[in-house]
Design a protein around this ligand. Structure first.
Ligand code: HEC
Length: 224
């Protein structure tokens, strides 16, 4: 009985300390403050196991189907390059700012197709990876999986050619204009047509760097 009382007391002290730490804001949720390596390893195992268990029974369609790949190319370049990049893309504000960092395109080509499909459809909690299954039918998701499987041997020229030959962002309705509503539009005239997820350059850089002078003109247009 005495032992039981002691254990209950210790458990309560533990809960109280945890509550005090949470309320005291001890835990830093900032994306620029990486996990401890032990925490990271535990989360990594949890993520890997969660995905592989759930993806195990998924039936994979014929990923060499040219039409599937063609459709995937347009959707990938419209919705994924901003985070996962492509053979012809530089780092973007999202690709460097997110934590966990989005894996690069070349890494995506090596993911098991069932697992890639599962992640694409359901997303990953508390990371930047959205659940695309909420807006897209499975066959369009498979299109992107099929396209990603081509990545390991793909050059920048082949990537651009595949995207040019596709129908762009198309998945049977409900597409949003991913590149539109550009919050950066006009922060430097020639970028008005560029996606909001522009490659990282330094718009606050002092004049005198290697960019043409007209890019520095209207400082008050910078909304960073
Ligand atoms: C806003 C950023 C963002 C966008 C847009 C995005 N992703 Fe992701 N994606 C991530 C992040 C971050 C991860 C890693 C999550 C983690 O490790 O917990 C990820 C993970 C993945 C993975 C799993 C990789 C692995 O090693 O298991 C696949 C596959 C993937 N994304 C494909 C896509 C595709 C295809 C698209 C476009 C439809 C897309 N993503 C759009 C941020 C993004």
């Amino acid at each position: 009985m005495k032992l039981l009382k002691t254990l209950v007391f210790l458990a309560l002290v533990g809960v109280a300390m945890a509550a005090a730490a949470i309320w005291g804001g001890v835990y830093n949720v900032g994306a620029d403050d990486p996990h401890w390596s032990a925490t990271y390893r535990v989360l990594e195992v949890a993520r890997t196991r969660s995905i592989s268990v759930r993806a195990a029974d998924i039936q994979v369609p014929d990923l060499s189907d040219a039409e599937l790949i063609r459709n995937g190319a347009g959707n990938y370049s419209a919705m994924c390059v901003t985070c996962h990049l492509s053979p012809d893309a530089e780092e973007t504000e999202l690709s460097v700012g997110l934590y966990p960092r989005p894996p690069r395109w070349d890494a995506l080509g090596k993911v098991d197709p069932r697992e890639a499909f599962w992640v694409l459809k359901h997303g990953i909690k508390a990371s930047g990876m959205p659940a695309w299954g909420k807006s897209m039918d499975d066959r369009y998701l498979w299109g992107m999986v099929a396209f990603m499987q081509q990545f390991p041997s793909m050059t920048a020229a082949q990537y651009s050619a595949q995207v040019a030959a596709s129908d762009g962002h198309s998945h049977g309705g409900g597409e949003t204009d991913v590149g539109g509503g550009d919050p950066h539009a006009g922060h430097d005239g020639k970028n008005a047509e560029r996606s909001s997820f522009e490659p990282v350059d330094d718009p606050m850089a002092p004049a005198g760097d290697d960019r043409p002078a007209d890019e520095h003109d209207s400082e008050d247009d910078h909304h960073h």
